[in-house]
Design a protein around this ligand. Structure first.
Ligand code: ABU
Length: 388
């Protein structure tokens, strides 16, 4: 594959916040925490359902302490593995997720958790961006990371920090009939990219983005709308980024790109065989020599996922790269580990299934602060349509 390097301004040492892609050697990372986690409430942007326990209502309020302890044990295990690999690991501050929220536009009975910093926070080069979020229970989810953000921002003047505009999350921001559509209607409407959030306000979750140097791809989804993508384009293009919307039409409930389209190193992307990228968008990658490789079927089926987990079996492919040669994969996902070995990766494993009910696996549960490397152009052939 072809690529160009554009070295950013630096005064010798690397800025404390520096991460341009998903694969360069990891130096510092935030690992989430289940402390204080609550069940995600039913709200216009989310209809959580219990799996495999019959027609029982989804619980509300704080998660049982045993479930929190089990998840924390696995999150601490990930933190210990990263530390042993020489990566500096930081953790979120405690937050009272059981506290109800009331704003002029909505009430919600409790908040969610700080297990998945990836959903809320993203590092784009030397800039930290806080996402507006798409769900009420996640409105204040940036708070457990603010102390860290201040520390990075105060310690290095090269670090910038941008907070995206908060949407109202009023009833009018959501399309309630979306949840009732039969599967035939979802199939018929799959190219419309209309989900449970309307297009009137800026909405995005950070985990709908994936970073490839100067190019950022953003999935249009249940958690990111077209106004959100326009905001990203207009905010990031003047800083030298190119922002590309991407779509996976067969995913009828899309949310977060990191179980669908996962770059592993320059030239190689792990793809989800159930959710192919729109054909016209695939070309951007193949034209510049990227290979798209389907992940094997996960070890768990959707029916085997933990009862309170709202994510799909494709958490299997939510791997965390710690360098272009080395990554971390869930301990029981042997078929994926074998595929990764066949591509020459060193694969480290940790148990992580007790974290699944908090909405993510290894990539979701982390937010990279600093990786080696600079801004590179991995898509020299791309013909780019700028801000709309
Ligand atoms: N938070 C990532 C979930 C994506 C999925 O369920 O496929």
């Amino acid at each position: 594959m072809r690529r160009n390097t554009q070295v950013i301004k630096s005064s010798g040492t690397m800025p404390v916040v520096n991460s341009w892609n998903e694969w360069d050697t990891l130096q510092e990372v935030v690992v989430g925490s289940a402390t204080g986690a609550c069940f995600e409430p039913t709200e216009p942007g989310n209809r959580p359902q219990v799996r495999g326990l019959g027609d029982v209502p989804f619980p509300t309020g704080p998660k049982p302490s045993e479930a929190v302890e089990r998840a924390n044990e696995q999150l601490d295990g990930l933190a210990a593995l990263l530390t042993a690999q020489g990566v500096s690991v930081r953790r979120p501050a405690p937050h009272d997720f059981a506290k109800p929220l009331r704003t002029p536009a909505f009430d919600v009975e409790n908040q969610y958790c700080a297990v998945c910093p990836r959903d809320v926070m993203i590092t784009l080069g030397n800039e930290i961006v806080e996402a507006p979020m798409s769900r009420r229970a996640r409105y204040f989810e940036y708070e457990p990371y603010r102390k860290l953000v201040y520390e990075y921002w105060e310690s290095d003047p090269r670090v910038t920090w941008t907070v995206a505009p908060k949407p109202t999350m009023a009833d009018s921001m959501y399309r309630q009939d979306f949840w009732e559509w039969p599967v035939e209607e979802r199939h018929a409407r799959m190219h419309e990219s209309e989900f449970c959030v309307t297009q009137d306000e800026v909405v995005f979750d950070a985990a709908d983005m994936s970073r490839f140097g100067r190019d950022i791809i953003v999935q249009e989804s249940m958690t990111t709308n077209r106004a959100g993508i326009r905001w990203l384009k207009r905010t990031l293009e003047p800083k030298g980024f190119r922002v590309h919307p991407v779509h996976f039409p067969l995913d009828y409930f899309p949310s977060h790109i990191d179980c669908t389209f996962v770059p592993l190193r320059p030239g190689l992307i792990l793809t989800n065989p159930d959710r192919p990228i729109r054909e016209a968008e695939r070309q951007m990658f193949t034209d510049d020599g990227w290979k798209l490789v389907d992940a094997p079927q996960p070890v768990l089926t959707n029916d085997d996922m933990p009862p309170y987990c709202q994510s799909s079996k494709w958490l299997s492919m939510n791997v965390l790269s710690i360098s272009p040669e080395k990554l971390i994969c869930e301990e029981q996902e042997k078929p994926l580990q074998d595929l990764l070995y066949s591509f020459g990766f060193e694969v480290l494993t940790v148990p992580f299934r007790d974290v699944f009910e908090y909405g993510g696996s290894l990539h979701c549960a982390t937010w990279d602060i600093r990786r080696d490397g600079t801004r590179e152009d991995y898509f020299p052939s791309v013909s780019y349509r700028s801000a709309v």
